[in-house]
Design a protein. Structure first.
Length: 186
C-alpha cells in the first residue's frame, strides 16, 4: 500500500475521505483488505505519513506561488494584498498568537481563509524561519492549494478552514471506499 496524495499513480486505488479518524478506523477494521479482496499490508503510521505528504504538497504549492509572484507574506503585505483585491486566499499559521484572531478575521473579510500550516511550514515555503500571515492570488495554483489544505485539515485537529471541497466544484469525499463493498463506517 502506497499513499498517493497527488492521485496520479496507476491502478485502481482505494479512496477514503481525507480524515485521520477515518483512515485509522479503516486500518483497524481491515477495510482496505476487504475492499481490495486480497491481503493488504499498510506501512506503519500511515496516517502520519499521509499528513506529512499533504503538508509537503501544500508547502510546495505555496513555494511555487511565491516564486511566480502570486504569494506574499507578512501582516502588512497580506493586508495590502487583501485590500487591493490581489488575494484569493489568506493563510494564517495554526500556531500563531491567539491575540491576532480578531485582526485576522477583520483582514479576511469575504476571502477564504485557512489556518492549517504551522509558522515553520509557512516560513519554509517563503525561505524564512517562521511566517504567520500569507496571501495567495487567484488561479489554478490557488485552487489546488485550497484542495490540498482542505485535505490536510482532516488530519490536523487544530486546523481550521472556512470552505469545504464542495465549494471548489468537487463532491465531498464519500464515506464508503470506492471499488469495494465495504463501508468506512462499519
Amino acid at each position: 500500500m502506497v499513499p498517493d496524495v497527488a492521485g496520479r499513480l496507476p491502478g485502481r486505488g482505494l479512496w477514503l475521505p481525507p480524515r485521520r479518524d477515518t483512515m485509522e478506523r479503516a486500518l483497524s477494521k481491515r477495510i482496505f483488505a476487504r475492499a481490495a479482496r486480497q491481503p493488504v499490508v499498510a506501512p506503519p503510521r500511515l496516517a502520519d505519513r499521509v499528513e506529512a505528504l499533504l503538508a509537503r504538497r501544500c508547502c510546495d504549492a505555496l513555494g511555487l506561488a511565491r516564486r511566480a509572484g502570486l504569494a506574499v507574506a507578512g501582516f502588512d503585505r497580506v493586508g495590502e494584498a487583501a485590500r487591493r483585491g490581489r488575494a484569493a486566499l489568506l493563510l494564517f499559521a495554526v500556531d500563531g498568537a491567539d491575540g491576532g484572531r480578531r485582526k485576522r478575521a477583520a483582514m479576511a473579510g469575504d476571502l477564504p481563509a485557512a489556518s492549517v500550516l504551522t509558522a515553520a511550514e509557512l516560513g519554509g515555503a517563503f525561505g524564512h524561519e517562521r511566517i504567520v500571515h500569507a496571501a495567495v492570488g487567484g488561479g489554478t495554483l490557488c485552487d489546488r492549494l485550497r484542495i490540498d489544505l482542505a485535505r490536510l485539515a482532516g488530519f490536523r485537529a487544530e486546523a481550521a478552514i472556512d470552505w469545504d471541497l464542495g465549494d471548489l466544484g468537487l463532491a465531498p469525499a464519500q464515506p464508503a471506499l470506492q471499488g469495494g463493498k465495504s463501508k468506512a463506517h462499519d
